[in-house]
Design a protein around this ligand. Structure first.
Ligand code: MF3
Ligand code: CO
Length: 259
């Protein structure tokens, strides 16, 4: 069941998503060579509490292994859901997916970006740029009268035209009083898949995960970390957006910080 949000609910979600964007901006600035991924998690959590919100991922348990951290940090061949660790330090040349969500006044916000640590390869730069462009191409389609499949196709086209592949095992999602609501927002389209029409008041988390090589993934023994099966790079960008009469509104955009 897809729940439509009133303007008042969207106003609260705007604040939730702004907190997510502000925390991600701070965490992205702290993501430098030598920093441990657990330090980034601690920073995200402390900032969130200071802003009057609560981390959304901590304690989340969609299957038998609970997620125990506030931030997901996914390095290089890690696609999503990388677990922060005291012993895992960033190094020059890494690309690092930072995925973060909060709950604020009962409503969720969720966003992600991939950042470069020091100088990275030209191919890594291109993968990050294409993934970000694919997110914005998907958002551009998030309009009343279009369908979920229009978002999916736009994302897929950008990725595949660049010679990359989209991850099909994970999808974006509706968001609101829960982190994951209907509808699913896949990053690829196939005839016969559910393809609801987009309506004013829908709030979606659109989140392309794009692989340098093949789409196949594996889950590590920690029960969370998704890695590319071929060991090649992956990138991830995500925004929470509202569908308004005037077009898509990016709730998790943070305009004052570059990146
Ligand atoms: N943005 C991711 C998602 O929507 C983050 C989830 S991490 C989890 O699935 F720990 F909460 F699962
Ligand atoms: Co999400």
């Amino acid at each position: 069941m897809i729940t439509l949000k009133s303007p008042e609910e969207i106003a609260v979600m705007r604040t939730a998503s702004r907190i997510v964007a502000e925390v991600l901006a701070e965490v992205a600035m702290a993501a430098r060579p030598g920093v441990a991924t657990l330090e980034l998690d601690r920073l995200a959590e402390a900032l969130t509490i200071k802003k009057g919100a609560r981390p959304a991922f901590k304690g989340y348990r969609p299957h038998d292994v609970e997620y125990r951290h506030s931030l997901c940090v996914s390095i290089n061949e890690e696609i999503v859901h990388g677990i922060p660790k005291a012993g895992r330090r960033l190094k020059p040349g890494d690309i690092v997916g930072l995925d973060f969500g909060v709950v604020y006044q009962g409503y969720y916000g969720d966003a992600a970006r991939t950042v470069a640590i020091g100088k990275v390869s030209a191919e890594a730069e291109r993968l990050m740029r294409v993934t970000r462009d694919a997110l914005y191409a998907g958002i551009e389609q998030a309009r009343v009268g279009n369908r979920i499949g229009d978002i999916a196709r736009a994302v897929q086209r950008l990725a595949e035209d660049a010679g990359f592949s989209v991850v099909t095992d994970f999808a974006g999602h509706g968001i609101g009083r829960k982190l994951h609501e209907d509808p699913q927002v896949p990053n690829y389209f196939r005839a016969g898949m559910p393809n609801p029409r987009l309506q004013e008041g829908m709030v979606l988390a659109i989140e392309p995960m794009i692989n340098e090589g093949a789409a196949e993934l594996e889950i590590l023994d920690d029960g969370w970390t998704a890695v590319t099966a071929d060991g090649k790079l992956s990138a991830h960008f995500e925004h929470s957006i509202a569908i308004t009469a005037g077009g898509p509104e990016i709730l998790s955009e943070f305009n004052h910080v570059q990146g």
